[in-house]
Design a protein around this ligand. Structure first.
Ligand code: AMP
Length: 384
């Protein structure tokens, strides 16, 4: 049995963006202290943490000093160097989730191979490392297919849909011939995600299926509960539980799925941390994904995830600032809407600056409300 890490203890976070910020706010509400480590100063998480260390992720000296001051280590993104987790382990600081979970999630070929070998559903895929791999990859994935960089891809960066051999060769050259993965294109009816939490005793909790709508490969809107048949939602939850068990993952983990038009579910990605699609749990559920992360990594019982009311979340990207400061008062005049801003100083296009969450009597009304509130920010009339 893992020993509980009780309020008053220090939670260490590698990374200092909005996920770390919302984790810090939840942790502080429960009486924990938070130390964050990243190359940035005055970061979204650092602004609300007890202590912010600004140093490169490969600075072993700074990492060692950081680990000496914390009781448990967690992450807010998966592309963490394995050396950081090793330093924590050498100092007997629990690393949750473990380094192997991060390593599985940070390289697409490793991730998909793990899922396939565990008997979990993924679209056909093949690794491409040399030009000699192209023909075999085509016969495995077929066309159309999606070519993605194997490493460090997020939000659709380094991706192309290809329709024939020449298109694949061009797309791979455009990626500089770096290691890649070719996946069968899934004709999906919906994209959904399940945010799960698991503590060291193996207790599992989840928020059901959340429906996600992307724009330019970036998450735009999430809706919970997902407007899909209940059997598919239940299956997605079971698969998420299976992923966490197979990985022996402790903490919060999100599984992103395609729900194909023929009703089959395919896992697209796993993110071993709270997820953008789970932000609506702050208002919609009794305990948010961030509180669950605190409870799970501190070896405490997980909270009830019951969702009292349907909810929808809309991301606020830096583009919204292109004509000046958004009209916050106009959005907040829409009832049942909450505003979250992440404290980022510079609003760049595509940068996640904050989000809005709306609650409603059903998922469709929550979606209409959050869309209207976001339109009000830039003085537009809502489309819906
Ligand atoms: P990813 O970076 O893998 O999360 O992909 C970003 C987005 O690209 C997904 O949310 C999908 O909308 C789309 N996409 C990625 N892979 C596939 C696929 N195999 N089939 C269809 N659409 C895909």
């Amino acid at each position: 049995m893992a020993t509980p890490i009780l309020p008053g203890a220090v939670i260490g976070v590698l990374g200092s963006g909005q996920l770390g910020r919302m984790l810090a706010l939840a942790a502080r509400a429960m009486g924990y202290r938070i130390h964050v480590f990243s190359p940035d100063r005055y970061s979204p998480a650092g602004q609300v943490a007890d202590h912010e260390i600004a140093a490169p992720y490969d600075d072993a000296g700074a990492l060692t000093q950081f680990m000496r001051g914390i009781d448990v280590l967690t992450f807010e993104f998966e592309n963490v160097d394995a050396a950081a987790a090793r330093i924590a382990e050498e100092l007997d600081v629990p690393v949750r989730p473990g380094g192997w979970v991060l390593q599985t999630a940070q390289q697409r070929v490793v991730e998909k191979t793990f899922l396939r070998d565990a008997g979990l559903p993924v679209a056909n895929f093949a690794a491409i490392e040399t030009p000699a791999d192209l023909a075999a990859a085509i016969s495995t994935a077929g066309f159309p297919a999606v070519l993605k960089t194997a490493a460090f891809g997020y939000d659709g960066k380094g991706q192309a849909v290809v329709h024939d051999a020449a298109g694949l060769e061009n797309a791979w050259s455009a990626l500089g011939g770096q290691p890649a993965i070719l996946e069968a294109y899934v004709e999906f009816a919906a994209e959904i995600s399940v945010v799960g939490a698991r503590n060291p005793a193996g207790q599992f909790a989840h928020y059901g299926a959340i429906e996600n709508i992307h724009r330019d490969h970036i998450l735009d809107i999430s809706i919970a509960p997902a407007r899909i048949i209940p059997a598919a939602a239940a299956q997605a939850v079971d698969l998420t539980h299976a992923v966490m068990e197979e990985l022996d993952a402790v903490g919060v983990l999100c599984v992103e799925f395609f729900l194909a038009k023929d009703g089959r579910l395919f896992i697209n990605e796993i993110a071993p941390r709270p997820h953008n699609s789970g932000h609506l749990t702050i208002e919609a559920a009794f305990a948010s994904q961030f509180e669950q992360q605190v409870r799970a990594i501190c070896a405490l019982p997980l909270a009830d995830t019951h969702q009292a009311r349907p909810a929808a979340m809309a991301n606020l990207l830096g583009d919204l600032w292109s004509h000046g400061e958004p009209d916050w008062a106009a959005a907040l005049a829409v009832s049942n809407v909450k505003l979250h801003l992440y404290g980022k100083r510079e609003a760049r296009p595509g940068r996640k600056m904050g989000h809005l969450t709306a609650l409603g009597p059903d998922a469709g009304s929550a979606l209409a409300t959050v869309t209207a509130a976001r339109c009000a920010l830039s003085g537009e009339a809502s489309q819906s």
